[in-house]
Design a protein around this ligand. Structure first.
Ligand SMILES: [Zn+2]
Length: 83
């Protein structure tokens, strides 16, 4: 069939009369492969080193900074390394 439907689930495996169904199944499989390939190629998560964590805890003059500010600095650094 060429209208985007199959005769019954899995009929693409039932011989030459289901050639068009087989082509549709191949198309679906291709899309699945492309989708999986994109997911596999996604960049791996990169964390911070201990030194980078420390750097996020101090300001430019070496003073300990507010916890929330430090957490935002960590978040910002992680974004920088992972996007
Ligand atoms: Zn069929």
């Amino acid at each position: 069939m060429s209208d985007g439907t199959t005769h019954y689930a899995g009929c693409f495996d039932a011989g030459p009369k289901h050639y068009e169904c087989d082509l549709q199944e191949i198309g679906r499989l291709r899309l699945t492969i492309t989708d999986l390939r994109v997911k596999l190629e996604k960049k791996e998560w990169v964390g911070l080193t201990n030194e980078e964590f420390k750097q996020c805890s101090y300001d430019a003059d070496g003073f300990t900074i507010d916890r929330e500010v430090a957490m935002r600095a960590v978040e910002s650094k992680l974004k920088e390394k992972n996007t």
